[in-house]
Design a protein around this ligand. Structure first.
Ligand SMILES: [Zn+2]
Ligand SMILES: [Zn+2]
Length: 93
């Protein structure tokens, strides 16, 4: 299960997201489970460098309430709990 602050990425399209609200659902992109980026290793380092939550696109799962920030956006389809996640409009102004 995803935990707040964890980073996940898709091996297929390289989309990358950060969990901003925990849910019980499994994050899926391009039809397969997204991979957790560990706290250690190079991946975590360059992920942190690209993490700009203020500018990020947010998605939410209506089933489990999980929310994510997309930090590397691709055309990959994000799913959770077996359905597409809904894009949330950022709070601007
Ligand atoms: Zn869910
Ligand atoms: Zn993908």
């Amino acid at each position: 299960m995803a935990k707040k602050g964890q980073t996940y990425f898709c091996e297929i399209c390289r989309q990358k997201v950060v969990v901003t609200r925990e849910g019980f659902g499994v994050l899926v992109c391009c039809g397969q489970e997204m991979h957790l980026v560990g706290a250690k290793g190079m991946m975590a380092t360059w992920t942190a460098a690209h993490h700009k939550p203020e500018d990020g696109v947010k998605f939410q799962c209506d089933v489990c309430g999980q929310q994510i920030d997309v930090i590397v956006e691709t055309t990959g389809i994000l799913e959770c709990c077996g359905q597409r996640m809904h894009r949330i409009e950022a709070n601007v102004g």
